[in-house]
Design a protein around this ligand. Sequence first.
Ligand code: SAJ
Length: 433
Amino acid sequence: MRGENKPEVCVIGLGYIGLPTAAVIARSDCPVTGIDVSDNVVETINRGDIHIEEVDLDGLVRGVVQRGMLKASTQIVPADVFVIAVPTPFEKDGNHTPDVSYVMSAATEVAGVLKQGDTIILESTSPVGTTEKMRDLIAGLRPDLKMPGLSDEIPDVALAYCPERVLPGKILEELTHNDRSIGGITPRCARKALAFYKRFVRGTCVTTDARSAEMTKLVENAYRDVNIAFANELSMISDNMDLDVWEVIKLANRHPRVNILQPGPGVGGHCIAVDPYFIIHGAPEQSPLIRTGREVNDAKMHHVVTRAQQLIAENPGVPIACLGLAFKANIDDFRESPARFVAAKIARQFEERVKIVEPYASELPREFDGTGAELVDLDFALENCGILILLVDHDVFKAVPAEERHHTIVYDTRGIWPGSQNVPSKPGLRLAS
Ligand code: SAJ
């Protein structure tokens, strides 16, 4: 513990969540050591630079590194509070089985430097029961330390689960101002974690138990996924009924108790497209709706590919531009991106006819190698391509006025260009979504 009770903090995993979290904690004058397996990430941060694109993060990291409040290392160090923010991907079994091995290896590292009075907080999105599993692992590795929830004795260590719920593009703001669920293995653990979060969180912090907090995180994202699936299902139905889904949703959302989300080319990213499976894995028989939501959102990607192929086949020889590869607007994150999936399919089929516009990319992802597709800027696409497949609602695309695209045939999967001209499969029909 540094002067004035400032805990020494160790953040494990310096990715999209870990690095902003480490920087915000350092800004609250708690000295932070960030741990990452990548030498490049560690060197970048110790130079005061960042390896991920996020609003205002560069200035904050530079500031706390220069003040000596944040340093990075590949070697774990003793601390008073350990925050684990490592990835929880799927196992490679193709069954969407949650892989918590990174969490368990981080816990093993922490066990090696753990001491009485320390607090361990898991932030990684995890299947229900993971925090208890971590406790049991550490209890086995450190029989000299009393772990919470295993006996009536006062434990030597506190353990809690506190999910991040930040939106890429608004991470620093939401890290501080979002409400937080703080789930302790015991109520005492929750109180210790609460005291820590109160140092830098301005949102309301609500304590609960670790399992409820784990489930809360998964439920938030599954709720959004199912709602997006409803919008995407509506858009596929509307396509076949010659209806404008954007118009229908706009009108329906005028109802005081209706709030339909926006259709798109599918659901991407490492959260909404992943976390529902953590629930399904834990309750395969009881999650038909959540499972169907996943299936509908994945089906939407294929629906978009089919309609784009139709439109392109009806306009032989016309140069094509796919607009956007990121999984959502105004970010440089291409993980599990439906836009990337669709554009790669189009590129493999139509080769040199295909141009790709992605303001957040300096080169095309590997799956475009050998396709003949080329990364170009927006102006080139507007001047040289007669078919525009709009896949991501980046602000720079939204800003394209109608007169600059009136000569093109548009497939707008995001509904940002109302009234665009199209040559759909049925004459006179506008290809909306
Ligand atoms: N999407 C639609 N239609 C919509 C909203 C989103 O098609 O109306 C698509 C997006 O284009 C994207 C995907 O869904 O492909 C997910 O985007 P998002 O903005 O809904 O969410 P993420 O993945 O960036 O962040 C989510 C957030 N969760 C919720 O809003 C419940 C964020 O708060 C979480 O912290 C984050 O997941 C996470 O890390 O879990």
